[in-house]
Write a protein of this length. Structure first.
Length: 191
């Protein structure tokens, strides 16, 4: 992409704010998260749910707070508080691809591998609503939109995402139940 882009050959100049780029980014994230989720051993996770719960319930919020505090100290002169919060939320979630060597290490206990894999898959979903809230605050703070307009945009993004997620989950569950009753799905795939 860099080689073909505007800074090199100039063959491709995508508009990063365009709808197709946004759709591609969302589809890519969905595929990556689905791939991570498909590798989770649910039986092992049920036995050791405490590790991802601690990572997501305590570690992620503390990482965002620490990132925001550090950002205010280092970037306080050039960024506003909502912009620093936005940056902290973007940087806080771990990426499973970056830690793939650790997550797949056989000598690491399964509970640790599963916990890290679950945390890295769920933290994006937790941070996306926080991101939209911080983005709305930053836009309202910069005067780009009014406070009520920012609240409406946040409510729409989170609301549509929630409705879409519930609908997709319900449809997926219905398909699996329907196919499972007819033995169209092998037992290992039913987990």
């Amino acid at each position: 992409g860099l080689f073909l882009g505007a800074d090199a050959l100039g063959l491709v100049e995508p508009d990063v704010s365009s709808e197709p780029v946004k759709l591609l980014a969302e589809a890519t994230l969905a595929v990556v998260l689905f791939g991570d989720a498909s590798r989770i051993d649910l039986h092992a996770l049920r036995d050791e749910v405490s590790i991802p719960a601690l990572l997501l319930g305590i570690g992620l919020p503390l990482t965002i707070v620490a990132g925001c505090a550090t950002g205010l100290v280092l970037l306080g002169g050039s960024l506003t508080a909502p912009e620093v919060l936005l940056l902290a939320i973007v940087l806080a979630p771990t990426d499973a691809a970056l830690g793939q060597a650790v997550v797949t290490l056989p000598r690491l206990p399964v509970r640790i591998r599963q916990g890290l894999n679950v945390e890295s898959g769920l933290n994006d979903g937790i941070c996306v609503p926080l991101f939209f809230i911080a983005l709305g605050l930053a836009q309202a703070n910069a005067g780009d939109v009014s406070g009520s307009e920012a609240a409406r945009l946040v409510a729409e993004e989170i609301g549509y995402g929630l409705l879409g997620g519930v609908a997709a989950g319900a449809l997926g569950a219905a398909v699996i139940v329907f196919a499972g009753r007819r033995t169209w799905i092998d037992e290992p795939w039913l987990q």
